[in-house]
Ligand binder design. Structure first.
Ligand code: PMP
Ligand code: GLU
Length: 397
């Protein structure tokens, strides 16, 4: 069958693909330690489940307004006001089927063919393909480990062209864990203001910050940038609700209206039941993510320390999110019984099939010398997986 050329411009999501392979190996009885999935391991909070059950019992099971129910928009307005100090009207809020869908909508609403979107690398795997699906051109800017993988405002300035329409900023960052400082955010906002492009601030890991420095969204650091910023967030990570598919955004009215129109002609409303559940998450879920963070702290330590003790591997401690992003350059080029590990994809494949550890190679994140490992599994599983990892690396020649 002849398919549209846009299908040739993108690849399947590597993160979802590898997680699906790992899950299917487990179903077949293989004891895989899964460090590939980008989701918390714990269950969705009871208070959220109770709200969903009540929605079903009460028959809240029909179409809702395509852009989301008023009650959830109100809870989102409250959330932005409480946590970011930014005051939106309900007409500035859109609820979508996950933050990925929010990002898809903004690309569709903003970009004409050839329009450029600046994306700091390493980046979350879906950003460039979401831009390509909207006929846009991703402009990938490499950041340095020595600068904590934060985008340098001078580098941003030098990359702006008349076709630049947006910058995607992700703090804390998937996969590096980078948390942007106030100073850098102010300098980036200054470039955006002078050139007038949109800042897409993906704050989905907002609650998952480990050190003393708190999370700061660009709109909190520089409130004047709010009229050219789309703040993207969702309930997936903070409330362990990845399967419920609710993301949301706050931003300029005209942009939100255009995104809502696209949504009304594509998916219609996000699931009515999940919307009710998300109201409970945003209004009553704060104790849950505090527990989640307390649980993740020691897991992060165990994984990072074990990785750094393996010859050929170095791994900075991530400030936020729940991913380790080790540099594996010292291992690439080594040999195993069936061949040479030339790329990080070779290494991830070797680890999956020989050591039964699932992790994501660096290539789809725009960083070919790295692997990404999620540290959400239990401490026991991390211990077990890391022992296998170490053994598999030590057995290379
Ligand atoms: N942004 C980032 C940086 C992510 O890691 C994810 C992970 N899924 C998303 C957006 C999308 O999340 P969801 O669609 O589950 O809300
Ligand atoms: N964002 C998560 C990840 O990076 C979930 C999978 C996806 O949507 O990419 O693994």
């Amino acid at each position: 069958m002849k398919l549209a050329t846009r299908t040739t411009r993108i690849v399947p999501s590597a993160t979802l693909n590898i997680s699906a392979t790992a899950k299917s190996m487990v179903t077949q009885g293989v004891d895989v330690v899964d460090f590939s999935a980008g989701e918390p391991a714990c269950d969705t909070p009871e208070v959220v489940k109770a709200a969903a059950k009540a929605a079903i019992t009460d028959g809240f099971t029909k179409y809702t307004p395509a852009s989301g129910i008023d009650e959830l928009k109100e809870a989102i307005v409250e959330k932005f006001s409480r946590d970011q100090g930014i005051h939106y009207e309900k007409s500035q809020i859109l609820v979508s089927c996950g933050a990925k869908h929010t990002l898809y909508n903004v690309a569709q609403a903003l970009l004409n063919p050839g329009d450029e979107v600046i994306i700091p690398a390493p980046y979350w795997v879906s950003y460039p393909d979401i831009v390509r699906l909207a006929d846009g051109q991703p402009v990938l800017l490499e950041t340095k480990e020595s600068h904590g993988y934060a985008l340098d405002p001078k580098q941003l300035e030098a990359s702006v062209t008349p076709r630049t329409r947006a910058l995607i900023l992700n703090s804390p960052c998937n996969p590096t864990g980078t948390l942007y400082t106030r100073e850098t955010l102010e300098a980036l906002a200054d470039v955006a203001k002078r050139h007038g492009f949109l800042v897409i601030s993906d704050d989905i890991y907002e609650q998952l910050v480990y050190g003393e420095t708190p999370f700061l969204s660009i709109v909190s650091a520089v409130p004047e940038i709010a009229d050219q910023t789309l703040v993207v967030n969702g309930v997936s990570k903070a409330f362990s609700m990845t399967g419920w598919r609710i993301g949301y955004a706050g931003g300029p009215k005209a942009l939100i209206a255009a995104m809502a129109m696209i949504q009304s002609q594509s998916t219609s409303n996000p699931t009515s039941i999940s919307q009710k559940a998300s109201v409970a998450a945003l209004r009553e879920g704060t104790p849950f993510f505090k527990e989640l963070l307390a649980d993740l702290g020691p897991k992060r330590r165990l994984m990072i320390d074990t990785l750094n003790a393996i010859p050929g591997i170095t791994c900075p401690t991530p400030a936020g999110a729940f991913y380790a992003f080790p540099n594996v350059s010292g291992v690439l080029g080594k040999r195993h019984a069936n061949g040479t590990l030339t790329t990080s994809t070779d290494l991830a494949t070797y680890l999956l099939h020989e050591a039964h550890i699932a992790c994501v190679p660096g290539e789809p994140f725009g960083s070919p010398h790295h692997l990404r490992l999620t540290y959400t599994p239990t401490l026991d599983a991390i211990e077990r997986g890391m022992q296998r990892f170490k053994k598999a690396i030590q057995s290379l020649a």
